[in-house]
Design a protein around this ligand. Structure first.
Ligand code: XMP
Ligand code: MG
Length: 185
């Protein structure tokens, strides 16, 4: 699959599995006292889909799954912080304990907007769980409770993350060979 397109494997399948069960155990204990029907995971489409499904199944408890799709105005490679909701939640989150499940935080602008938006709906609590975090994210004032991996400032694909809608189905996280950017496929 994608032979030759991946320059290096950054995080293996096994490392993903181990980290996800580690985070799941923390979440299980942190939310021990929260009633099942009150814990809602919100996955941000499409990048967080693989992480969301594996994470939800790694939890030792049942949760409700919600998805949102947002699009950031601006160029395709940098986000502007101005966000449009493409798909909103199906249910009200007022009074519920919300955990936002993200694939990656880069500038943090998208997340910062999303948190303000969700906060205005009056959840009982609002926390963030991200699989990956890039160095620029430290500049952002958003509290991220659970982080899988801090990664270098490189463009990564796989396990939900795409380049031009490709590579989401790779089972690991890797960096792209520069020839992919230049071949125009
Ligand atoms: P912020 O607002 O935190 O944007 O700058 C985060 C969003 O940018 C995308 N993104 C990436 N997507 N590989 C990807 O496939 C990457 O290395 C990468 N870095 C940022 C992604 O959509 C994320 O939600
Ligand atoms: Mg995303």
């Amino acid at each position: 699959m994608y032979d030759g397109d991946i320059a290096s494997v950054l995080i293996t399948e096994q490392q993903l599995r181990d980290k996800i069960s580690e985070i799941a155990q923390k979440v299980d204990s942190d939310y021990e006292d929260v009633h099942t029907s009150d814990l809602v995971l919100i996955g941000v489409l499409k990048g967080a889909v693989m992480f969301m499904t594996d994470f939800a199944r790694a939890l030792g408890r049942s949760t409700q799954l919600e998805f949102m799709a947002v699009s950031s105005y601006g160029s395709s490679t940098s986000s502007s912080g101005v966000v449009r909701i493409l798909k909103d939640l199906d249910r009200d989150i007022a009074g519920r304990h919300v955990l936002v499940v993200e694939d990656i935080i880069d500038s943090g602008l998208t997340l910062s907007w999303l948190l303000k938006n969700l906060e205005s709906r009056n959840p009982a609590s609002l926390e963030v769980c991200t699989l990956l975090r890039k160095p620029d994210a430290v500049q952002v004032e958003v509290p991220v409770r659970y982080v899988g991996f801090d990664i270098p400032n490189e463009f990564v694909v796989g396990y939900g993350l795409d380049y031009a809608e490709r590579y989401r189905d790779l089972p690991y996280i890797g960096t792209l060979d520069p020839k992919v950017y230049t071949s125009g496929r």
